[in-house]
Design a binder for this molecule. Structure first.
Ligand SMILES: Nc1nc2c(c(=O)[nH]1)N[C@H]1C(S)=C(S)[C@@H](COP(=O)(O)O)O[C@H]1N2
Ligand SMILES: [Mo]
Length: 411
């Protein structure tokens, strides 16, 4: 696939494009007075104590699916809740806007952390029960990781990036490596899998191979510098970096070491697949999406724009991201912002001068393993079905109409 290596000169040329582009745009010369704020907000106790965003910032999560179908067994209000990626900057999702995945509607168990316990048992040498206090005394790690629901797939019905891709988010998680806890309990030779279970009736339980459990799974109590939010698993959740969202059990209270894969309620998404393909579905493939400009947005006119988006992969760090501004004929390397962390959202940017003609914008992620984000046609071929029945990491095209309106270009 035709790609170019990062080219310093091209970025410099991009800078030149910025200078000329802005003269075309509507940026005013610095003359005269700037408007003064006419009112001031008095700091309330709440604002002093915890803080609040500006009332002019209105970005919010939405129910997913967007037509607000209830969860499969009609419990609770919504199935999942999607994050407003169109407004995102950087690579961290604020906790208030982190997507929420629930297998049984929008109900959230209320857990007193003083009462909460995590039990590790099954094929171990010493079954142990940890309090939250116990866990906080142990060596901890802090890492950025994305979570993505396996149902995060674009449909021609979707009209915004929040609808096509909003069921992924990236937070900075703090907690104890599961391997630290499993070394405390010891694992018997026959212990090849774990089942990680939350507190609810449906348990949010999943079977995870011991190799993964011992590698980088994280028992997290911290999220973006504070306690994990209730909707994301307070007081304790499992992070299974790079695996489908459903493996990341929230309200974690039990890890059972077992000798084989256990079938759970969470397997509904895997049952109708051949085992080989289901296994592949554990790990999120390389994926990316342009968040600006994206469907539903409006470009005010031709000229300079910084295209910006997110890339991630369950296979490790993002290696490179390419952008096409001509419907996929030519691909150019995007600039990666900062360090690309393993199994974390990575922000990319590309400097673009829009000539005002209709076109299509696309992005393509290659991860550190060399896995390349596929086209929608390739994914459909893999699943041997029209559309995308399983996890969809295909390239998302956005069509820019000549009036500057941006549309979902998949059909
Ligand atoms: N206990 C519990 N854990 C759970 C779930 C659940 O319903 N209960 N939902 C799963 C699903 S389907 C997803 S996609 C992720 C979403 O994590 P988040 O809500 O923090 O974004 O949590 C997983 N863990
Ligand atoms: Mo999910």
């Amino acid at each position: 696939m035709g790609s170019t290596r990062p080219d310093r000169r091209r970025f410099l040329k991009g800078g030149a494009a910025l200078a000329s582009g802005l003269t075309v745009g509507a940026v005013e010369p610095a003359l005269g007075q700037l408007p003064e704020p006419s009112t001031f907000i008095k700091g309330s106790d709440e604002m002093v104590a915890y803080g609040e965003r500006s009332r002019f910032v209105t970005s919010v999560r939405i129910a997913h699916p967007p037509d607000n179908r209830p969860s499969p067994d009609e419990f609770g209000l919504v199935f999942h809740v999607a994050s407003p990626l169109q407004d995102s900057v950087g690579m961290i999702t604020p906790s208030s806007l982190h997507f929420v995945g629930t297998t049984r509607g929008s109900f959230v168990p209320e857990i007193d952390p003083r009462e909460h316990r995590l039990m590790i048992h099954g094929l171990v040498d010493r079954p142990l029960t940890f309090t939250m206090e116990d866990l906080r005394r142990l060596p901890s790690v802090t890492r950025p990781h994305f979570i993505e629901c396996a149902g995060n797939r674009s449909s021609p019905r979707h009209t915004t990036v929040q609808e096509t891709h909003g069921m992924t988010s990236c937070a900075e998680w703090t907690g104890v490596l599961l391997s630290t806890l499993l070394k405390e309990t010891g694992v018997k030779d026959a212990g090849k899998w774990i089942v990680a279970e939350g507190v609810e009736e449906v348990k949010g339980a999943s079977s995870i191979p011991m190799e993964k459990a011992m590698d980088d799974c994280l028992v997290a109590y911290g999220m973006n510098g504070e306690a994990v939010r209730p909707q994301n698993g307070f007081p304790l959740r499992l992070l299974v970096p790079g695996f489908e969202g459903i493996f990341n059990s929230k309200y974690l209270r039990r890890v059972k070491v077992v000798d084989r894969y256990y079938m759970t309620y969470n397997d509904y998404g895997h049952l109708n697949r051949e085992p080989e393909r289901a296994a592949l579905g554990y790990q999120i493939g390389p994926k990316s999406v342009i968040t600006f400009p994206s469907a539903g947005q409006q470009l005010p006119g031709r000229g300079f724009y910084e295209i910006s988006g997110l890339a991630w992969s369950g296979g490790g760090a993002v290696g490179k991201v390419e952008v096409s501004t001509d419907g996929g004929r030519r691909w150019m390397d995007a600039e990666i912002q900062g360090t690309a962390h393993r199994m974390a959202h990575t922000r990319f940017r590309y400097q673009w001068n829009w000539d005002g003609q209709q076109t299509e914008l696309l992005s393509r992620c290659t991860d550190e393993l060399g896995q390349v984000q596929p086209t929608r046609a390739q994914v459909a071929e893999f699943f041997n079905a029209p559309g995308v029945p399983g996890q969809d990491n295909s390239i998302q095209p956005w069509r820019i109409a000549s009036d500057g309106s941006v549309h979902n270009a998949i059909t």
